[in-house]
Design a protein around this ligand. Structure first.
Ligand code: TXA
Ligand code: MG
Length: 322
């Protein structure tokens, strides 16, 4: 396809003209538009079929830019940004009036981050506006971690896909906000482990929304879902026995399971490395979704570091309707 490549200038021209460009980040690919152009941002919602109550993250390339877009930066936010940007951390902060309502679903706060990918950082540095970018997948589906994932689902609707290879982290950013007392709130588990955040901020309050009609949007219970039914369990041997009459596809952390029928298995990290597992999770979910298996069985990962975010995504994927 001629609309995939590594041409930063082409991407910049298209974005300046109000078109959509998919961009690589260290977490997942984003579907980007000029965040200060409401007509361009509207196209993101249309292409993704995303409800307007679900606000977008804006991407910048340097910490100094933040003052254009937010009115106040709590001390702990500053420390986190200094430590982890560029990186898989999004901060929710009170916004300035420069940001169009459509970016934030009319909320008084904006979600903001500096992504850690050389192509996107160069692209952002060549623009005089930030990029609004949700994950570049149809609403509710698994996020893309390779350019071809974007091309497969949205290729016809996007002007250009900037190909930055496979995403290094593989899970969306961790989203952090602050209450009135400036205590740290975790809104979404993600590519930066809570243990790393706690080191800087001290105790965290988990404020992760599990309802199906959330006030803090984007945390719908059924999200990141494959089309095939996905079941996540503590004991995969038991699940395999229970589903012995079906053709199962398996997502395992480090162990090979013995499968009777012709089946598909993804061992995400033979050396039991959670980072490696996170990197490959979404690609594995997509690949298994394309097989003729009847269902996908996944095991819970160790509930620490990135394992927490992996478990969160598997649980949301498993809440989908049959
Ligand atoms: O890693 C990532 O964060 C990727 C890359 C492309 O940067 N982006 C991403 O965006 O995952 P998206 O749209 O799929 O998820 C953004 C989520 C929203 O669904 C919502 O939960 C939260 O961020 N969010 C955004 N703006 C918010 C706001 N003003 N208040 C509360 N939550 C907000
Ligand atoms: Mg998303």
């Amino acid at each position: 396809m001629d609309n995939i490549g590594r041409d930063i200038e082409k991407a910049a021209l298209l974005l300046k003209a109000g078109s959509l460009v998919a961009i690589p980040t260290e977490t997942v690919y984003g579907l980007a538009a000029n965040a200060l152009n409401p007509d361009a941002v509207l196209k993101i919602y249309e292409v993704k079929k995303r409800p307007f109550f679900d606000p977008l993250i804006i991407h910048i390339h340097a910490l100094e830019q933040i003052n254009h877009f937010v009115t106040r930066v709590p001390e702990k936010a500053k420390l986190l940004a200094e430590q982890y940007w560029p990186g898989p951390l999004t901060l929710i902060l009170p916004r300035t009036s420069i940001i169009p309502d459509i970016v934030c679903s009319g909320l008084p706060h904006v979600a903001i981050r500096i992504p850690r990918h050389p192509l996107s950082l160069q692209l952002l540095a060549s623009l005089d506006f930030p990029l609004a970018a949700p994950s570049a997948n149809p609403f509710g589906y698994v996020s893309p971690t390779q350019a071809t994932h974007v091309a497969d689902q949205l290729g016809n609707e996007i002007a250009y896909i900037l190909d930055g290879g496979a995403c290094e982290v593989g899970l969306e950013s961790t989203i952090i906000g602050f209450n009135e007392e400036e205590e740290v709130q975790v809104y979404r588990l993600g590519g930066l482990a809570l243990e790393e955040i706690e080191k800087i901020t001290g105790p965290l309050h988990l404020n992760i929304n599990h309802s199906s009609n959330p006030r803090a949007p984007g945390q719908l219970q059924s999200h990141y879902a494959t089309r095939k039914k996905l079941i996540v369990g503590k004991n995969l041997e038991e699940e395999l026995t229970r589903h012995a009459h079906q053709n199962c596809a398996v997502i395992s952390f480090c162990k090979e399971y013995r499968l009777k029928k012709p089946a598909y298995m993804k061992v995400l990290s033979a050396s039991a490395n959670l980072q490696e597992a996170a990197q490959g999770l979404f690609a594995a979910m997509r690949q298994l979704d394309e097989t003729d298996a009847d269902l996908i069985l996944a095991e819970f990962f160790p509930d620490t570091f990135l394992g927490k975010a992996i478990n969160d995504r598997l649980q949301r994927a498993s809440s989908g309707e049959e």
